[in-house]
Design a protein around this ligand. Structure first.
Ligand code: HAM
Length: 444
C-alpha cells in the first residue's frame, strides 16, 4: 500500500461499507431453499448408489494440488489462492478442487486398506479466475469418487449417477461428451505427434501454448483462445493412438451407457484441464448457460493415488458446479418454490402477554412445530394490525394471538391465516392440542 493510499484509508470514515470479495458470493435467505433442495437430492442420490460422505479441510498443503492437478495447468499456474503460514512458513492453498485433497485423505487415513471405496463430498472451492456468469472465485462442487475399481463398470456407474441426478433435478438440454485419454505410453506417442504438428505451425501458437509446447502439449488442446481453434481442430487425435486394451475399456464404457439408454457423443478434443486423468474422461455440457456451459466433468485417474504417495490403485469420479446446476434448474423452470418460514406465528402485546406467548411458542416447538414469535423492532410493542401483516407474510398456516383480554380469561385465539380466516378462542393449556388439530386438518 502506498503512503497516499494509507492516508486515504486513515481518513475514510469508520462507518464506510465493507464489501464482500469479488467473485465470492453470499448465499441469501431467498435462495437457501434451492440449495437445501439440491443438498437433499444429492444425499438421496449418493445413498441410492452406496457412496459414503468424506469431508476434507478447505486448506491443504500447496503440494497436494501441485502434484495432484499438475504443475503445468491453468489451475496451478494461475488460479490458486496460495499463501504462506505466518507461523511456520508452510505453503498452503485454498482448495481449487476436491479430488486431489480427497486422495490425500484416503492415503493418509488408509481408507483403501479393506478394499475399494465409493465416496462423495461437497463444499466450497476457490479459483482465481475472471468472474462472470457461472464462473466465480468461490464456487461449490459436489463430487463422487470411486477408488480401487479398475473396470469400465464403475466408469459407467458414475455416469449413470450423473444422468439420474439431471433427471431428478429436471434439467433440460444436458449433453454427455466422452473421450479416452488412453495410457501414459499412448499419450507419449500422441504427444510426439502433437509436438511435431505444433512445431510445424509454431507461428500460429499463442504465448501460453508456445510455452506449453514442450512442457505439456496436451494442454494446448484445452486452449480457449478462439484464434487457435482451427489449428487445434487439425491436430493429431489421441484416439488414433490408443492400443487394444484402452480401446476395449472405452468401448465397454460406451456399451454399458448404450444399454442404459444414455446417449453420448465422442469428443476427441476433450482433454480436461487437470493432469491426473487416463482412459475415460467426460463432461456434461449445455448451451443454456452461455460461455460457462460445462456443468460437470470428470473421468478415470488411475495414476493419481500412487503419484500422491499411496499404494497404486485405480480410481474415477466427477464433480459438478453447484451454482451452474442451480442456474440451469432456473433456466429449465425446475427450481422448487420458496419454502414458508413457519407453521405458526405468535402475536402478543408485550409484558405478561409476551411471557405467556414465549412459553406457548416453546411448547409448540418442543412438539416439532415451526414457530415465529413476534418481536417488536423497536423493542416496545406493535399493533395487532401490523403484527398480522407480518404473520401473513411469514406463510404461517395459523396465528396464535395472546392479548391482554385473552390473558385475563386464560385463553388464546387461533386464527386460520389461509383458507377460512376463521378465529376461535381456546384455553391457554389447550393451545398445543388445538394447533396440532388445526395443522392436521389443514393438511388433509
Ligand atoms: P473441473 O472440471 O475443474 O473438475 O470442475 C468441475 C466442475 O466445477 C465444472 O464442470 C464446473 O461446473 C465447476 N466449476 C469449475 N470452476 C468453476 C468456477 N470458477 N465457478 C463455478 N463453477 C466452476 C474438477 O474439479 C475435478 N476434481 C472433477 C473430478 C472429480 N474428476 C475426477 N473426480
Amino acid at each position: 500500500m502506498t503512503d497516499q493510499n494509507k492516508d486515504q484509508k486513515a481518513q475514510a470514515p469508520k462507518t464506510q461499507r465493507i464489501n464482500g470479495v469479488r467473485g465470492m458470493n453470499d448465499l441469501l435467505p431467498a435462495d437457501a431453499a434451492q440449495w437445501a433442495h439440491l443438498d437433499h437430492v444429492l444425499r438421496d442420490l449418493t445413498r441410492a448408489y452406496g457412496y459414503e460422505f468424506l469431508r476434507t479441510p478447505i486448506v491443504e498443503a500447496t503440494a497436494v494440488f501441485q502434484r495432484g492437478i499438475g504443475e503445468v495447468t491453468d489451475i496451478v499456474e494461475k488460479e490458486m489462492y496460495s499463501f504462506e503460514d505466518r507461523l511456520n512458513g508452510e505453503q498452503l492453498t485454498l482448495r481449487p478442487e476436491g479430488t486431489a485433497a480427497l486422495v490425500r485423505s484416503v492415503i493418509e487415513n488408509n481408507l483403501l486398506y479393506e478394499g475399494p471405496k465409493r465416496l462423495w463430498y461437497t463444499g466450497p472451492m476457490f479459483r482465481h479466475e475472471r468472474p462472470q456468469r457461472g464462473r466465480y472465485r468461490q464456487f461449490h462442487q459436489f463430487g463422487v469418487e470411486a477408488l480401487g475399481f479398475a473396470g469400465p463398470d464403475i466408469d459407467a456407474e458414475i455416469i449413470l449417477m450423473g444422468q439420474r441426478l439431471w433427471d431428478e433435478l429436471g434439467l433440460k438440454g444436458v449433453r454427455l461428451e466422452i473421450n479416452s485419454l488412453g495410457q501414459a505410453d499412448e499419450r507419449a506417442k500422441h504427444r510426439a505427434a502433437l509436438v511435431n504438428y505444433f512445431e510445424k505451425n509454431k507461428v500460429q501458437l499463442d504465448e501460453d501454448s508456445e510455452r506449453r509446447l514442450l512442457s505439456n502439449p496436451l494442454r494446448i488442446l484445452d486452449s480457449k483462445n478462439p484464434e487457435m481453434q482451427t489449428l487445434i481442430e487439425g491436430a493429431p487425435k489421441l484416439l488414433d493412438f490408443l492400443g487394444e486394451e484402452s480401446l476395449t475399456h472405452f468401448n465397454a464404457v460406451q456399451a454399458l451407457l448404450k444399454a442404459n439408454n444414455i446417449p453420448c457423443k465422442i469428443n476427441p478434443r476433450l482433454v480436461r484441464g487437470l493432469d491426473y486423468y487416463n482412459l475415460t474422461v467426460f463432461e456434461w455440457v449445455t448451451d443454456e448457460l452461455g460461455a460457462q456451459g460445462t456443468i460437470a466433468g470428470g473421468g478415470r485417474y488411475d495414476p493419481l493415488i500412487e503419484r500422491m504417495g499411496g499404494k497404486a490403485a485405480p480410481a474415477c469420479g466427477w464433480a459438478m458446479g453447484m451454482e451452474r446446476v442451480l442456474e440451469l434448474m432456473s433456466v429449465s423452470g425446475s427450481l422448487p418454490e420458496a419454502q414458508t418460514q413457519c407453521d405458526i406465528f405468535v402475536l402478543h402485546q408485550g409484558g405478561e402477554t409476551l411471557t405467556a406467548a414465549m412459553i406457548i411458542a416453546e411448547r409448540l416447538r418442543s412438539a416439532g412445530i415451526d414457530v415465529i414469535l413476534f418481536c417488536p423492532p423497536d423493542g416496545q410493542s406493535a399493533s395487532f394490525k401490523s403484527q398480522m401483516k407480518k404473520a401473513d407474510a411469514s406463510g404461517a398456516a395459523f396465528a396464535v394471538i395472546i392479548g391482554p383480554d385473552e390473558l385475563a380469561k386464560n385463553e388464546a385465539q387461533i386464527k386460520d391465516l389461509r383458507a377460512s380466516g376463521e378465529q376461535k378462542a381456546v384455553p391457554l393449556d389447550g393451545v398445543l392440542e388445538a394447533v396440532i388439530n388445526a395443522l392436521v386438518g389443514a393438511s388433509e
